[in-house]
Write a protein that binds this ligand. Structure first.
Ligand code: COA
Length: 166
């Protein structure tokens, strides 16, 4: 069974291995903790959790909750929800970032995981629409967005800006 669980200290060992292995930047999904040591991950996880409450954020950043996508007892993905938009998010990455580990791709997890976080976003964000951005060379992600009710609001040379109505 697939479900989302916020980052938490009880699951730290599995969360550590998963986060360590996410690339630094894949299709715009940024992981500042790529390759992190286990000893440094204690502090990193505390920051990740604090960010959800609006604490320990870099200047100009909005609160963000990080969720792991679990399939029974295994972590398969990480999805992040920014609680509201600022100018840089409106014109950039939007409310949601998501990543599925390579060995779990092509099984519908991206589509289902996005659907689960969209359900949460509907309860959390104040805006009327959920904002997403996808690189034009990432058809799997665009497909997952469209299958979750997204429509292309506008595009530029590199990206499609997708929105999902609440
Ligand atoms: C994008 C990503 C989340 C997709 O995850 P996934 O679990 O493989 O997604 P799904 O299995 O739900 O597949 C989504 C759809 O894309 C389709 N798809 C997969 N690869 C494709 C490709 N190369 N070209 C076109 N469509 C593709 C699938 O067939 C599926 O559509 P369908 O249900 O109509 O068959 C995953 O590849 C990933 O984490 N990539 C790195 C980070 C990233 O790109 N994040 C998103 C940033 S916007």
């Amino acid at each position: 069974m697939l479900y989302l669980k916020p980052a938490n200290t009880d699951d730290i060992e599995k969360e550590y291995l998963f986060v360590r292995d996410i690339p630094e930047d894949e299709n715009g999904y940024i992981n500042e903790y790529h390759g992190i040591s286990r000893s440094d991950f204690d502090d990193a996880l505390n920051i990740i959790i604090a960010n959800s409450f609006g604490d320990c954020l870099p200047a100009g950043y909005v609160p963000m909750t990080s969720y792991f996508l679990w399939n029974d007892s295994e972590i398969t993905g990480k999805l992040d929800l920014r609680h509201y938009l600022c100018d840089s998010l409106i014109n950039g990455a939007g409310h949601i970032g998501y990543y599925i580990a390579p060995q779990h791709r092509g099984k519908g997890f991206g589509t289902q995981g996005l659907g689960l976080i969209v359900d949460i976003a509907r309860q959390v964000i104040p805006e009327e629409e959920i904002f997403l951005r996808v690189h034009k060379d990432n058809p799997a992600s665009l497909r997952a967005m469209l299958k979750n009710g997204g429509y292309i609001h506008h595009e530029d040379d590199n990206s499609c800006f997708v929105r999902i109505r609440k």
